[in-house]
Design a protein around this ligand. Structure first.
Ligand SMILES: [Zn+2]
Length: 203
């Protein structure tokens, strides 16, 4: 400690350098949550708007895009829409945001909270926003990109499914496991336990 501090005389006002590390205040938490919301909004806007920007975002985040085979698989099924961001890719980006936010939050949480209001805000952000982030945003995204169904499609699908059953497809084992999140059937080649379309673990 060679730097000599200008020590304030007894009754002088203390400078900011003399203050201990500030407590975790409501204002600071709000700022943190605003930043989180801005990041989430950017991800959501990009996922719904531009293929090029989405590819750049995946690169920046170091996330491997879904395989062409998985995309082909979705293309063949009229049930799904490829959308801008393939749902399994979108899920990975959300998971990364969740992980990063959690670790940033952990370093903030080392500080004592300033007020019970701040503690409440922290608790509700943790419990209702962060812990359910992936599930909630993925469901919303799947709903947004779902192909719009016209009455003509409904009749066509009804006829199609009758044909399918009469052809005896219902006994096919590969259709026995369905993704609870998006309804995709597990493809026969899928050895791993994640849904090819939305990335949710099947088991
Ligand atoms: Zn799925």
């Amino acid at each position: 400690m060679s730097i000599k501090k200008t020590t304030p005389t007894d009754n002088s006002v203390q400078g900011p350098e003399d203050l201990p590390e500030p407590k975790l205040s409501k204002a600071l938490l709000k700022e943190f949550i605003d930043q989180f919301n801005a990041k989430l909004k950017e991800i959501n806007d990009t996922a719904r708007s531009s293929h090029t920007k989405w590819r750049i975002l995946l690169e920046q985040e170091g996330i491997e895009p879904s395989s062409e085979k998985d995309k082909q698989n979705a293309r063949q099924s009229k049930q799904f829409n490829l959308a801008v961001a393939f749902p399994a890719e979108y899920r990975k980006v959300l998971q990364q945001l969740q992980k990063n936010t959690q670790s940033e939050l952990e370093s903030l949480q080392n500080r004592p909270t300033e007020s019970s209001e701040a503690s409440k805000l922290l608790d509700s952000f943790n419990r209702f926003t962060l812990s359910d982030l992936v599930t909630i945003e993925l469901q919303r995204y799947l709903g947004d990109i779902k192909p719009k169904v016209s009455m003509a499609d409904v009749f066509a699908n009804a006829a199609g499914s009758l044909n399918k059953y009469s052809a005896g497809d219902s006994g096919d084992k590969s259709y026995s496991v369905k993704c609870k999140t998006c309804g995709a059937a597990r493809s026969e080649e899928e050895q791993y336990g994640d849904c090819f379309y939305c990335g949710t673990p099947l088991f």
